[in-house]
Design a protein. Sequence first.
Length: 73
Amino acid sequence: MFRLAYQWRVLIMVIPGYFMVVLDTTIVNIALPRIMTTFSVDERGLVYIVDRANTGPHIVELTGTARDIANWR
């Protein structure tokens, strides 16, 4: 049976996660004008929304990657 090296297995798991982070960031950035008009948010509020929308997925991805590297189960 063909077995992938550990590094390849980690890479295969990280790539979809990173793709989802990029996709989420793109969706938030495209929706910014609509969010601004719907919720009457100024530019400072939009910066807050972008920061919060992008921080969570990155933290989850980094902690998952760190767990894989450290081999925590």
